[in-house]
Design a protein around this ligand. Sequence first.
Ligand code: AMP
Length: 304
Amino acid sequence: MSLLIIGTVAFDAIETPFGKTDKIVGGSATYVGYSAAKLGVNPKLVAVVGDDFPTETINDLKNAGFDLEGLQVKKEEKTFFWSGKYHNDMNSRDTLITELNVLESFNPVIPDSYQDCTYLMLGNLAPALQTQVINSLKNRPKLIAMDTMDFWMDIAMDDLKEAISKVDVLTINDEEARQLSGEYSLLTAAEKIQSMGPRYLIIKKGEHGALLFHGKEMFYAPALPLAFVKDPTGAGDTFAGGFMGYLASTDDVSFENMKRAVVYGSALASFTVEEFGTDNIKAVTQKDLEARMDAFKALMSFKH
Ligand code: AMP
């Protein structure tokens, strides 16, 4: 089944307790797409970059199986730039710089060849644009998932609530769930957020895993304990790409299958955090992924 992804394709500059990078390629849609491609889908990308974006990376995206008909390259404009610094626990970070650049005037145009997509992943982006994308699809996809972050809660809460009201699945982290709902308990927060629209909610808890909520049903997947975590940037997007990639490739949106999708998302995210940037997720083989899935199975099963 086809998966349409919208989000940022960006330059990132990252500082963690384990190192620091100059501008490297990142962006929500980049991580989502690389991750989904590992599950056999060819992500249809809608995004914008400036003409400072490397042709080499555009070729990498093509080689990974991305459909780039919806990628706009703006002449004499600069690519979106984000810079962040992680705290010592690596579960929280401060945004140092957000330069919207090309995003300021981004008009996400959906090519005709994308119109029949069955799964839609709205990666982290201005919520008004996320809504615009939903509204510009002629047929509603079978499942719409959306990611967001505190940045948009701070500056565009009304737009964000409108976008949230239109999606099936929302993925956010624990602090964002608290900010969005005004509730400390994640259980109460989940109930409140589901009443805003999404039938499914995924709360990501960094190195403590992820929770999936649907009405009274709940599922928890831990994160795989890893010897080396260098840079958590993109973990949430990689998770979302794995989650939606698995659902699109199996074309099964039952709660049982969503549980497996959560574990695939977590397994793929475990590769992203081991290195800076997209290099690790790009290099994952089927064998690597299945080995991590086995590790999750061993970690999560017990007799009672
Ligand atoms: P994650 O670590 O999964 O939350 O995603 C990090 C990615 O999100 C980075 O590669 C950034 O380029 C991108 N990003 C950071 N801030 C924003 C923003 N305000 N809107 C969209 N994407 C962003």
